[in-house]
Structures are given as C-alpha cells and as structure tokens.
Design a protein. Structure first.
Length: 168
C-alpha cells in the first residue's frame, strides 16, 4: 500500500505542495543553427533573442552546461581592458558557464561592443548578445541556471520538451 501511494505521488501531475517543479527553471537554450537564444521560465518560452556564435562550428561547444559566474561590466583579461570601457568586447554583462570543464570564466553569454555582428558567426566560442538583451537576461537568471547549446533545426519548444524544461 505504501509503495502504491509513493508511486501515485511520484507520477501524479499534482505535486504534494503544489505543481511539480520543472527541472532547471529558468532554462536557456542556444541554437547555433539559427543564432538564437531562448529564455524558458515556468515551462514556457518567454523570450528569444538573436545572438552571435563561434566563427567555426567547433568553437561554441554543444551540450548542457551550468551558469557558474555572473559579472557586471566584466574585465577583459586577454587585452587588459577594464569593465565599462567602450572598447571592451564583453559588453556590459558576463554570464559564464562550465563548458569544456572550465569554471565559467572562459565560455559565456555576454554583451558586445559590436551589435552590428549579432546574428553572425564571429566569436571565439562565446555567445554574444546586444547589451540591452543580455542585461535583461542577466537580471532573470540565477547562478545554477542550465544552458543547453545545440546545432539543429528543432524548435525551442521541442528542445525544451526533450530536456524537461517544458512539459509535454
């Protein structure tokens, strides 16, 4: 009897304390095929934005990652450019994730000082967004947010369902 009750609670559409929470909420999906990013919250694609990704297919890694670092006006170490400077290619926000077993300081979703390149394949592996778009995203996602990067023709809704961010 006890196992029957546990099975009912586990598979029930109603969680004992309200609706069953979705794994990874909020959830981000980047599609390199379309150079877009989707912000999924409460099982719904709430927003999509154009992005720029890697110059070549292998530069922006594909997989499921976790946001581990967030920074306002990030410092650009490679060329010693302070955060907030107009020439800083990282723009106004950095959302770093743990791709390729890194700590969130190598791969990230960030702003840009070249918004004219959004939609193109131009980065060294990061995902670039317009500053106003990455600022909006930055304020909505906590550390620990999952980032799925794909290179395929599936819709964000299909991808969200496949990865548990959207209920079927």
């Amino acid at each position: 009897m006890k196992s029957l009750l546990l099975l009912f609670l586990f598979f029930s559409p109603i969680w004992p304390l309200g609706q069953n929470p979705l794994p990874g909420d909020p959830f981000l999906i980047v599609n390199k095929k379309t150079n877009e990013i989707a912000y999924i919250h409460e099982g719904i694609v709430k927003e999509t934005y154009q992005v720029a990704t890697g110059k070549s297919e292998e530069l922006t890694p594909v997989g499921l990652f976790t946001v581990t670092v967030k920074a306002v006006d990030p410092y650009y170490r490679k060329k010693n450019i302070p955060g907030g400077a107009d020439e800083n290619p990282l723009g106004t926000r950095w959302i770093g994730f743990d791709a390729e077993k890194t700590d969130g300081r190598i791969y990230g979703i960030h702003g840009t000082n070249r918004p004219d390149l959004i939609g193109e394949y131009v980065s060294n592996g990061c995902i670039r967004m317009r500053n106003q778009d990455v600022e909006t995203m930055f304020n909505k996602i906590p550390l620990g947010t999952k980032v799925l990067i794909v290179n395929e023709r599936s819709s964000f809704e299909e991808l969200g369902k496949q990865h548990g961010a959207i209920r079927p």
